[in-house]
Design a binder for this molecule. Structure first.
Ligand SMILES: [Zn+2]
Length: 572
C-alpha cells in the first residue's frame, strides 16, 4: 500500500512537473519549464518568476530572478543599482543548452544553501534569467529541425510564431518578444549579458566558443574590461572543464584558411546589449558534442562569469560608467565596420584535418573533418575591423511626429526626447537618399536596403507640434546614432521604416509642361547651360522628349522638394 502511494505520488509529480533531470539528453517543453520555475518561486523566497509581457505566440515571456529583493519594484531597483547578470536562453529553441544549464545552476545554488556572498565575503550579483525567450519556437518541437546536432532528443524551432529569427530583430522590433526583451533589458540595465546558443559549421575539438563585442566599436574602458580583464579570467577559470576559444567563423572553407572575429551588429541580441555598454557574450556550444556535455560547458561558462562579476564588481561598474560618459562625448559616429583583410594576427588552434573522400552516392569529393587526425597550429585570425564611414554627431536630431512607430521604439529604449508644441521654421541639415539597392527576396520580413548613398543639405524646414527633439548628449547615444544615422548598418532606413519617402508623388503632363520650358530655362541660365551640354553629349537624351522634360522638371521649382528627403533632421 505504501509503495502504491509512493508510486502514485511519483507519477503525479511527473505529470505536474514533467522532467526534472536536466543533465540527460532531454530538455523541457515551455509548459514544463515554466511550471517547474513557478514551483521554485513558491518554495524559495530568494527566487522570483515574473511575467514580463507578451510574445507573438500569445504565451508570456518570463524572467526568473535569483537574489533579488522583496518585491518586483525593489528587485528592479536593486538590478539597476548593483551588479546584474542577464542570461537569455532559447532565442533559438533548437539550441536549448542554456535552458538546462540555468536550471542546474539554480538547483545547485539551492543545494548549497542559497549563498548570497562568496567565501571572501563579496556579494553575489543579481542573476536574471529569461528561461526561454522564443516562446513560439519552444512550442514547435521536433527531433529533426537541427539536422546536424547531437541532442537533445526533442527541441523547439529556430523561427518564432511569426517565423522570424528573433536574433535579427533588435533594431526593427517586428516581434512582440523583442519589445518585451527591450523592456526587460532597459529595466535591468545589466552589467553583463549572455546569450546562449549552439553553433553550426566546422568540426574541431572545442566544446564551447564565445563571441565578444567587436573591439573597434567598443569604448576604451569596455575594450579593456572585455579583452584584458574578463576574457583572461574566463579562460583561466573554464580550464579544467573545457578549453575556451573564440567563435570559429571561417574566412574560407576550412579553419586553416583563417577565422574571422564576428561583427556583432545591433540587430543581434549581444550587439544590442553592447550599444548600452553591457559586457556581452554570445555562447556557442559545438553541435557535434553530446547535449549533456554542451550543457555542462554552458554551465561552467555561466559559473565563471558569475565568479568574475563577484570578484570585479567595482571594476565593472567603473568601466561602464566611464563608457557611458565616453559615448556622450563623441564628436563623430563611426559606422559600416569592415574587416581588415590584410590583418596578420594569428591564434593557436586545435583542429581536425580536413579530408575530401568521394561520396558513394553523389560520386563527388566532399569535405569532412577527420577526428583521427587532430592538429595544433597557429592559424590566421582576422579580428581587426575599421569603420568605413563616419559622420559628425549633431547636437540634436528632430524626428517628424508622424513617425509614431519610431517614437514608440525610442521611448521603450529609454531615449530621452522633448515633444515640440508649436510651429516654427528652423535651419537644419536634411538627409536625402541619392541611391539604394533592395533585394528581390525578403530577409527577416523586410526588403532591407543596402548600398545606400546619401546627401546632406542645409535648408530651412517647418517644424510642427508633435515633432520631437532628441539630444545626442545622453546615455543611450550609441543606440540613437545606430538607428537614426541613415547610412548605418542597422538603421531604420535600411529596415524599410522610410520607404514611403522614397517615392515621387507628383508628375507632369508633357504636353502642358513643354509650354513652360522656355520660361524655366530663361530664368535659370545655369540650368540652361547644363541642359544644352547634356543634349550635345548624350544622343539618347537628345532624341527623347520625355528625358529632356524630366531633366528640366527635376531641376525646376515645380519638382517636389521633399522627394527622397528623410523625416530626420540634424541640428549642429
Ligand atoms: Zn543560435
Amino acid at each position: 500500500m505504501t509503495r502504491l502511494i509512493i508510486l502514485t505520488f511519483f507519477f503525479i509529480h511527473l505529470l505536474t512537473y514533467g522532467q526534472t533531470d536536466w543533465k540527460g539528453n532531454t530538455t523541457p517543453t515551455y509548459g514544463e519549464l515554466i511550471t517547474y520555475l513557478q514551483k521554485l518561486d513558491r518554495e524559495n523566497q530568494e527566487i522570483s518568476l515574473y511575467n514580463m509581457g507578451a510574445s507573438d505566440h500569445g504565451q508570456p515571456i518570463y524572467l526568473c530572478v535569483v537574489n533579488g529583493d522583496k518585491d518586483s519594484t525593489k528587485t528592479f531597483l536593486k538590478a539597476r543599482n548593483s551588479t546584474t547578470i542577464l542570461i537569455n536562453n532559447a532565442i533559438h529553441p533548437g539550441e536549448p543548452d542554456g535552458v538546462n544549464a540555468c536550471l542546474i545552476w539554480i538547483e545547485n545554488w539551492i543545494k548549497d544553501g542559497k549563498p548570497t556572498s562568496s567565501k571572501n565575503g563579496k556579494s553575489l550579483p543579481l542573476i536574471a534569467i529569461i528561461p526561454a525567450y522564443n516562446v513560439g519556437g519552444m512550442h514547435n518541437r521536433s527531433s529533426t529541425s537541427r539536422a546536424n546536432q547531437n541532442g537533445p532528443e526533442e527541441y523547439g524551432f529556430r523561427g518564432s510564431a511569426k517565423n522570424l529569427d528573433l536574433n535579427r530583430d533588435f533594431t526593427k522590433l517586428d516581434a512582440e518578444n523583442t519589445k518585451t526583451f527591450v523592456k526587460i533589458y532597459q529595466t535591468l540595465d545589466p552589467d553583463i549579458f549572455i546569450d546562449n546558443h549552439v553553433s553550426n559549421g566546422a568540426d574541431y575539438p572545442y566544446t564551447l566558443t564565445y563571441i565578444s563585442s567587436n573591439k573597434a566599436r567598443l569604448s576604451p574602458t569596455m575594450k579593456e574590461l572585455t579583452y584584458s580583464s574578463c576574457i583572461p579570467f574566463l579562460e583561466e577559470t573554464c580550464l579544467g572543464g573545457f578549453e575556451l576559444f573564440p567563435y570559429v567563423e571561417l574566412k574560407g572553407k576550412t579553419p586553416e584558411e583563417g577565422i574571422i572575429a564576428f561583427n556583432d551588429l545591433p540587430r543581434y541580441a549581444m550587439g544590442y546589449a553592447s550599444l548600452f555598454n553591457s559586457l556581452s557574450f554570445t555562447v556557442e556550444t559545438h553541435m557535434l558534442k553530446a547535449f549533456p556535455q554542451r550543457v555542462q560547458a554552458t554551465l561552467q561558462f555561466m559559473e565563471s562569469t558569475i565568479a568574475y562579476a563577484i570578484e570585479n564588481a567595482s571594476t565593472i561598474e567603473k568601466a561602464r560608467k566611464e563608457a557611458k560618459k565616453w559615448d556622450e562625448e563623441q564628436t563623430f559616429f563611426k559606422y559600416n565596420f569592415k574587416l581588415q583583410n590584410n590583418s596578420t594576427d594569428s591564434i593557436f588552434f586545435k583542429g581536425y584535418t580536413p579530408i575530401y573522400p568521394i561520396h558513394p552516392i553523389t560520386g563527388l569529393a566532399q569535405l569532412e573533418y577527420d577526428q583521427n587526425q587532430p592538429f595544433q597550429k597557429y592559424i590566421p585570425y582576422f579580428n581587426q575591423y575599421y569603420p568605413s564611414d563616419s559622420i559628425k554627431i549633431p547636437t540634436y536630431y528632430i524626428i517628424g511626429g508622424q513617425e509614431k512607430r519610431i517614437l514608440e521604439l525610442l521611448k521603450i529604449n529609454g531615449v530621452h526626447y522633448q515633444v515640440i508644441d508649436s510651429f516654427y521654421h528652423q535651419k537644419v541639415t536634411c538627409t536625402y537618399v541619392k541611391d539604394f539597392k533592395a533585394p528581390a527576396r525578403p530577409y527577416e520580413g523586410h526588403f532591407k536596403l543596402s548600398s545606400i548613398e546619401l546627401e546632406q543639405i542645409d535648408k530651412s524646414v517647418q517644424i510642427k507640434p508633435g515633432d520631437v527633439l532628441i539630444p545626442s548628449k545622453q546615455e543611450r547615444a550609441m543606440y540613437i546614432h545606430s538607428v537614426l544615422q541613415a547610412g548605418a548598418e542597422d538603421s531604420y532606413l535600411t529596415w524599410n521604416f522610410f520607404d514611403s519617402y522614397l517615392q515621387q508623388k507628383e508628375y507632369f503632363s508633357s504636353y502642358v509642361f513643354k509650354e513652360s520650358l522656355g520660361k524655366i530655362l530663361e530664368a535659370n541660365p545655369e540650368l540652361n547651360k547644363q541642359y544644352e551640354q547634356k543634349k550635345s553629349e548624350d544622343p539618347t537624351f537628345a532624341n527623347s522628349e520625355w528625358d529632356q522634360l524630366f531633366f528640366i522638371y527635376q531641376r525646376s521649382p515645380y519638382f517636389e522638394q521633399t522627394f527622397m528627403q528623410l523625416p530626420i533632421y540634424m541640428l549642429y
